[in-house]
Design a protein around this ligand. Sequence first.
Ligand code: GDP
Ligand code: MG
Length: 179
Amino acid sequence: IANLHKKELTFKFVIIGDFGVGKTSIINRYTDGEFSSSYKVTIGADFAIKTLEWDEDTRINLHLWDIAGHERFGTLTGIFYRHCVAAALVFDLTRPDTFNSIKKWLVDLRKKASLPGGQPIPTILLANKGDIITKTIPAEINEFCLENNVMAWFVTSAKDNVHIDEAMLRLTNSALKNH
Ligand code: GDP
Ligand code: MG
């Protein structure tokens, strides 16, 4: 029997990081279960929806906001971040400069987004393209997370579907706790 009284929650997550790190691929993998190696540039900000039948009484709609186009610092307006309750920072393990950029993305995020009580929104760090052999995990990643209120980091692969569900689950659990 369908539960007609199911509570419906909507959470907005933002997925940020440099151009080409795999943000759109991660979102597509998570919402459609698909990966495409062809390069598509989306124009403007965009979001995809993932619906989770969380439990008997609760359905969760995740709105995953994607930056589209040529990501540059400071170009994201407050509208992109408005009402977001969690964030995934993404860098590309094969391009160390994209990890350095994470610091700037985080400054932008902390400046423009916070929980209604003023606390920083739950944030995770994704080291993407973990399927590619030539890669080095930045030595300072643990320290960086500790210092910047980043609650966890994962090596992910949008290509091979590694750790993407786990990462999103961490964010969803935090969003539920804060809700
Ligand atoms: P975005 O600019 O951050 O949205 O990056 P895209 O999702 O468009 O990905 C950029 C390129 O990297 C595309 O060619 C993707 O196919 C590729 N890519 C994304 N994620 C992965 C991954 O986990 N592994 C590999 N090998 N390639 C990936
Ligand atoms: Mg993209």
